[in-house]
Design a binder for this molecule. Structure first.
Ligand SMILES: Cc1ncc(COP(=O)(O)O)c(C=O)c1O
Length: 392
């Protein structure tokens, strides 16, 4: 079956955060919203059908995950990553960010230090601070259009930390960490005895020739010292369904984390989540491949437009996912507010302010291209007009 990613679907008026919060945020509604990380593509029909089928029963009582739910996850991670998981090691979680929050609460104490690598997905910092832990940062290094880890800084910063939150692949940098990089990370964590929370929500959207390696699969130590979070939500455009899961192999670690969830009544999923996940992971392979091919072309369109017409804005090309970090430092704005103002009020585009990912994101903006190509083209036209209008 050939899926249609060109179709423009009206999302305004659906309480979409991406489309219906623009006035509140930017004081105007005429922007093309290219910020929140969901897609403007139709959620695949096999997921819609699975939800409809469940809906037809017309009783939405408390629901437990089915064997089919677990089996679909088990088969998916085995086929894609050679990751051997059994049912007991999987735990449904109502969103990865809440999952990270719970893992931080279960596996550390107030005042403990937790390391992150900015610029990085902003809720990591928020969760650490919100739970009374203390944020330790080891910033990434941008070199020749790709972010790299600073291992010397990591070795220093990780001393005395209780946990480290790894973004694998990285958002907003779009990096698919290589085996060598992850092996070095594993050595650093092992030497300092720091457990790892690995957020792998973007993993299934890795572009060839890059290859996603789950951190828990790097070696025997990471297998026993990692809490992995995965989800079909981002990949199959169903984040509003709230369906994510954790995988923990080590018995003791699992007992600590999963019993915390159970004791605090945090394990209940909604009735539509389980069949939606099962449908995504049993029927989604072809849709995913086509979606990635389409998004890749969108990324190329942005990159080419920038190189040819707006050379002072540089795209950091993602090795995974549909988010492009734009390096806008050469535009020369003195403040981040001026840069945001350029995108909002001159180009009429709603992007994520790069500074939200840490001060290392100052001078950057994050662009979401999981949208029909004609919209990406229109966005590039608006950006070019604004760029020329400002005399860049
Ligand atoms: C790295 C990363 N983790 C987690 C999430 C959100 O996950 P959830 O909606 O399951 O909380 C996102 C969404 O953009 C993300 O980029």
């Amino acid at each position: 079956m050939k899926y249609d990613f060109d179709e423009i679907i009206e999302r305004r008026g659906t309480h979409s955060i991406k489309f219906d919060s623009m006035q509140e945020l930017w004081g105007r509604n005429d922007l093309i919203p290219m910020w929140v990380a969901d897609m403007d593509f139709r959620t695949p029909s096999f997921i819609v059908e699975a939800i409809k089928k469940r809906m037809e029963h017309e009783i939405f009582g408390y629901t437990k995950p089915s064997d089919e739910y677990f089996n679909s996850i088990i088969r998916w991670v085995d086929k894609r990553y050679g990751m051997k998981v059994c049912k007991e090691e999987i735990q449904y979680i109502a969103g990865i960010v809440p999952g990270i929050h719970h893992a931080v609460c279960a596996l550390s104490e107030k005042g403990d230090k937790i390391m992150i690598q900015p610029p990085v997905y902003h809720p990591f910092k928020q969760v650490i601070e919100g739970t009374g832990r203390s944020v330790v940062q080891s910033p990434l290094i941008l070199r020749d259009g790709r972010y790299y880890m600073d291992f010397d800084s990591m070795r220093k910063q990780i001393q005395g930390c209780k946990l480290y939150i790894l973004c694998n692949p990285h958002n907003p940098g779009g990096v698919v960490w290589s085996r060598e990089e992850l092996e070095t990370v594993a050595d650093i964590c092992k030497e300092s005895g720091v457990m790892v929370i690995s957020d792998e929500i973007h993993a299934d959207m890795t572009f060839l020739p890059h290859k996603h390696l789950p951190f828990a699969m790097v070696n025997d130590w990471t297998h026993e010292n990692t809490v992995t979070f995965m989800a079909p939500s981002k990949v199959f455009n169903m984040p509003g369904i709230i369906a994510s899961h954790a995988i923990v192999f080590n018995n003791d670690l699992r007992e600590r984390f999963y019993s915390y969830l159970e004791q605090n009544d945090l394990i209940m999923g909604n009735a539509f989540a389980y069949p939606a996940v099962e449908a995504a992971y049993t029927q989604g392979e072809d849709w995913l491949k086509q979606m990635l091919d389409y998004v890749y072309e969108n990324i190329r369109l942005v990159d080419t437009s920038l190189k040819q017409k707006m050379p002072k804005i540089k795209a950091i090309l993602p090795e995974a996912s549909f988010l492009i970090f734009l390096d806008c430092r050469e535009l020369g704005y003195e403040t981040q507010e001026q840069l945001v103002d350029f995108f909002v009020n001159k180009a009429r585009l709603g992007l994520n302010d790069g500074a939200m990912f840490g001060k290392e994101g100052t001078g950057f903006m994050r662009l979401n291209v999981a949208t029909p190509r004609s919209i990406v083209a229109e966005a590039m036209k608006r950006l070019e007009d604004a760029y020329l209008g400002e005399g860049f």
